[in-house]
Design a protein around this ligand. Structure first.
Ligand SMILES: [Zn+2]
Ligand SMILES: [Zn+2]
Length: 394
């Protein structure tokens, strides 16, 4: 396939990346089970003779690509590698051969980007060494913390990553300061009452009616408690109670997700939820508890590293290639865990041809246009070079 963007990556590396991406796409593996994937990625990196290459967090890989000058600050580029439990329906010739598992979030492309960046940096090194980080288990929100816990990123001075995005066409890149992804915390609410015959509600402490009141009242958090200028989401996504039409159950459970793009709102959502749940339960004469499971924090790109990324995109693709995100992304992304500890920038890379439909990620039809492979690889490599050059000056 030839696109006007092919100049970004030399022909022989393009062929390698296309073959690698198609192979990964055809053999998707779920979080922390990416064994075939990791082996394929190691094989793709080995010919570059990295300074070092190690397995981290089971199916993760960190390869160190030599820079021009030893001893300078280290920059990292990260690609995530896991797939989703979805039955593929793209009709692609390299569709998933693994029933019920699919690269529906483009991590096949992200993994190939990181390998592509490694090839480009081996051919044209950054000032300092660059760590190529291939991370498992993004979809479960566990992979980045596992990579960080290993300590291999302790000396990294800046980290960069990106996600394919079919709202943008191939060649467009979002590289801006500010919020790029939301926090994604989950909650479970347990309402404990007293069961009774369905015909005798006065003998019960009915958790179903209480749960319904809680669901309604939770809608006031975003509408009445959060500053209208601040994005936030409270979604009750699961409701479970009862098993028969004539039995009032003793317990109801609700589950869902909280999203915010700043730490203050994130804290407010949880505190308000707890206050409302306990207050409504008390008003109904029942007891309720809330358990929060923290997910990734928001991604808020700092201005400096975002500017380095833009400099890279400008030099590769021209100034018109940098486009605004244009929305507030309320999805979570576990790259945020790196950015809690390491300055960096998370980008969105256009992945749709101009005549194609948008197609949301996490659906059976999702796939990234092949040209996005070369854009992502080149942008990550060049961003690493720009960052490394700036950091080398101290
Ligand atoms: Zn995803
Ligand atoms: Zn993803």
């Amino acid at each position: 396939m030839i696109t006007p963007l092919d100049h970004l990556v030399p022909a022989e590396i393009r062929d390698t990346l296309v073959a690698l991406r198609r192979d990964l796409h055809a053999h998707p593996e779920l979080a922390f089970a990416e064994t075939r994937t990791a082996a394929a990625l190691e094989r793709a990196l080995q010919p570059l003779q990295p300074v070092s290459m190690m397995r981290v967090a089971g199916t993760g890989i960190v390869a160190r690509i030599r820079g021009r000058t030893p001893g300078l600050p280290i920059v990292a580029v990260r690609g995530d590698i896991d797939a989703l439990p979805i039955q593929e329906a793209t009709g692609l010739p390299f569709s998933s051969a693994n029933p019920g598992v699919m690269h529906a979030c483009g991590h096949d492309v992200h993994a190939a980007w990181a390998v592509g960046a490694a090839h480009l940096l081996a051919a044209n090194p950054a000032e300092g060494d660059v760590l190529v980080v291939l991370q498992p288990a993004e979809e479960t929100g566990e992979g980045a913390t596992a990579m960080l816990a290993s300590g291999v990123l302790d000396d990294v001075a800046a980290i960069f990553g990106a996600h394919v995005d079919r709202r943008f066409v191939v060649g467009e890149v979002v590289a801006q300061a500010g919020p790029l992804a939301a926090s994604a915390d989950s909650f479970e609410i347990v309402v404990n009452g007293r069961g009774a015959h369905g015909a005798r509600p006065h003998e019960s402490a009915d958790p179903v009616v209480c749960a319904a009141a809680i669901i309604g009242a939770l809608q006031t958090i975003v509408s009445r408690r959060v500053n209208p200028a601040t994005p936030a989401v409270v979604t009750v996504a699961s409701v479970h109670a009862g098993s028969a039409a004539n039995v009032i159950p003793a317990q109801a459970t609700l589950g869902g997700t909280l999203r915010a793009v700043d730490p203050e709102t994130r804290t407010l959502l949880a505190a308000e939820m707890r206050r409302i749940v306990e207050g409504i339960a008390s008003a109904h004469g029942l007891a309720a508890s809330v358990t929060f499971t923290p997910g990734p924090p928001p991604i808020v790109n700092p201005a400096g590293p975002a500017a380095w990324a833009r400099t890279a995109v400008h030099s590769l693709l021209g100034t018109q290639a940098v486009v605004p995100l244009g929305i507030t992304n309320m999805a979570g992304e576990d790259f945020a865990y790196y950015m809690e500890r390491i300055p960096g920038c998370f980008m969105r890379i256009g992945a749709r041809l101009a005549n194609e439909p948008v197609i949301p990620a996490h659906t059976a039809q999702f796939h990234a246009a092949e040209g996005s492979l070369f854009v992502g690889a080149a942008v990550l490599a060049e961003t690493a070079r720009v960052a490394s050059a700036v950091l080398a000056k101290g």
